[in-house]
Write a protein that binds this ligand. Structure first.
Ligand code: CP3
Length: 344
């Protein structure tokens, strides 16, 4: 595949770049009126995720309307629990909800299935990637993704969002054997799912460990990092990004993994992280998503300050977490323009 713009891939591999690539986590959906128009014509979020032509359309919208240097496939991390036998609902203004959860060995047998073909249950993601890839026609790389096993575990045990995920963390103390069994199963399915995405055209894979930061260092090593490493080891042929949100203490170990890029949230200082992890990884991030609520002028300054603080060119610019739904797309454009105009 010849790309018109492959900055993202060159930056991920540590190759020479003429400027920093920029994209935003959660850029597909949420902020664009063009997304809401498509979304409002449907029964809900799931219908959009499961309709490949429309998922492809909203995947490409940020490339057209914001000018980002990458597309990320429109889907959700929760398609994995569903494929394993734990159906989710996306409740308007609330978030994900699972009627059943995994609390016992019996639940695991019923709702922690691995004995299925991912193309049968998640073929709609494959198709969405294929359509997107074709329609992008090499304009920018296409990012595939999955949730990290620990984050998926959180939803499968807890049954929805939570500030503490104390049900999920409880299992680590009360039944670590069951926890590892579930994590192993999620990991196995996720690896097959990500390989399917690469075959379907994903040019880079990002693994989102959104709840990494709620575990202590030792527990994250045992229940989080171990499984992130298995995924990074298994994915071949495309660069891999590991984003362990809030897991500052895990970074030196994460840097030993088989990934190209480490995602940073906004609590982390890029220059400090560079000292911790050395020169062999690309860093991605990490402007505070709330910074996009300030004025255009101030966004420009904050972005420049961040870029000035980078100690090397091995960076992909992003926010420190997903863009918030009520951010003005024009503010996002200012952020993107500032990065594109910046001389490195
Ligand atoms: O990044 C992208 O633009 C691609 C699409 C994408 C979505 N979800 C679409 C989505 C991606 C990469 C995700 C990942 C995801 N989903 C994560 C990891 C990243 C992170 O933010 O930490 C997590 C934890 C989830 C679970 C999830 N999905 C929650 C908690 C919610 C509800 C709150 C919210 O984010 O709006 C979702 C729903 C969801 N996933 C929406 C979108 C566009 C909003 C649903 C809608 O349009 O009604």
């Amino acid at each position: 595949m010849d790309f018109k713009n492959d900055l993202l891939l060159r930056a991920a591999r540590g190759e020479n770049i003429e400027r920093y690539p920029v994209w935003l986590m959660r850029q597909a959906g949420r902020i664009l009126p063009e997304y809401r128009a498509v979304r409002n014509s449907l029964s809900g979020f799931k219908e959009l995720v499961e309709t490949p032509a429309l998922a492809a359309e909203v995947t490409i919208q940020p490339v057209d309307h914001l000018g980002v240097d990458a597309a990320i496939i429109f889907s959700d991390i929760l398609v994995i629990p569903e494929a394993m036998g734990l159906e989710y609902q996306m409740v308007e203004k609330v978030g994900p909800y699972f009627e059943k959860t995994i609390k016992s060995e019996a639940d695991l047998i019923q709702h922690g299935q691995t004995d299925f073909n991912v193309e049968d249950r998640l073929g709609y993601v494959k198709e969405a990637l294929e359509i997107t890839k074709k329609e992008l026609n090499g304009r920018v790389p296409l990012i595939g993704f999955a949730g990290a096993p620990w984050t998926i575990f959180c939803y499968m045990v807890e049954g929805g969002g939570s500030k503490t995920f104390s049900e999920a963390r409880k299992m680590l103390y009360q039944n670590p054997t069951l926890a590892h069994e579930l994590l192993n199963r999620i990991t196995e399915v996720t690896i097959r799912y990500l390989k399917m995405q690469v075959t379907a055209g994903a040019d880079l894979i990002q693994v989102f460990d959104s709840w990494a930061g709620i575990l202590g260092q030792k527990q994250y090593e045992e229940f989080g990092l171990k499984y992130m490493n298995k995924i990074a080891d298994a994915i071949k042929g495309v660069p891999v990004t590991l984003f362990a949100k809030g897991a500052y203490a895990a970074l030196p170990n994460l840097a030993q993994s088989n990934c190209n890029t480490l995602g940073l949230d906004w609590n982390m200082n890029a220059a400090e992280v560079r000292k911790l992890v050395g020169e062999n990884k690309t860093l991605q991030g990490n402007l505070d998503p709330c910074a996009l609520y300030t004025s255009h002028k101030e966004i420009e300054q904050l972005t420049i300050n961040m870029l000035d603080s980078f100690e090397s060119k091995r960076h992909i610019v992003n926010l420190g977490h997903g863009v918030y739904p009520d951010i003005d797309p024009n503010k996002v454009k200012t952020f993107i323009k500032t990065v594109k105009d910046y001389e490195i």
